[in-house]
Design a protein around this ligand. Sequence first.
Ligand SMILES: [Zn+2]
Length: 269
Amino acid sequence: MFIFLTIVLLVAGGLAYYFWSKKQARAALLATPLTPHQRDIIARQVPIIRRLPPALRNHLDGRVNLFLDQVSFYGCDGLEVTEEMELSIAAQACLLVINSDLWYDNLTTILIYPNAFKSKQQRRSGYVVSEKEIVRTGESWDRGPVILSWAHSQQGAMNDRDGQNVVLHEFAHQIDDLSGATNGVPVLSAGQTFAEWEEVFLTAYDAHVHAVENGQRTVIDAYGATGHEEFFAVSVELFFERPKALQRDVPEVYGQLSKLFRLNPVEWS
Ligand SMILES: [Zn+2]
């Protein structure tokens, strides 16, 4: 009995120490500033970061540190991963979570191709499953990894006012997936309700599908009409890169994303 109790106490103590030291390491990473060299790379590669108010900008460093500590980057098709690539992707991913409690808990791997890459897509029709190869610039798998084309990731970051950004898009899917299903309903922030989110996004999605089917121009990319999860992801791209356009045309969606991320990009310079 004594030995059994000793083992239980040792295991409990070991576990407590493990979680305590993990929490300490996380807090230390969050409190560590990036070097001037790293900040300089981010400012050049991800110009949207330069628009952040100073109070928010200060949140970025720690999150980028945490992200780089947690995630491993692998180059594909002979690509050699550089510091620019890691910092550009990390800064864009962390922009989504810069002011909220959301975090990429399940993500440990990012694969980078030099350019657009081929991916197999499965289609199910009744009992028949067919597979076809399609060309992609980014992909987000449930519970990771994220796969990106560097050429498109870099260009998407550099052009920060066109509403198109493959890194923000794929990481929006990662955030969506934190709820257990990538379906356009992420884990909501305090002060949000599922009923309100559903009402806003279902109404906006139906209107968007209708507009796209009728050949009307929409501020949200037509690709958003292919599914609720894609509608969420393309709305996120717009929220950060063309916030005024999103707020003007679909204010309810802007309002929900503003609550989710606790950000108000229309106020950024
Ligand atoms: Zn997508």
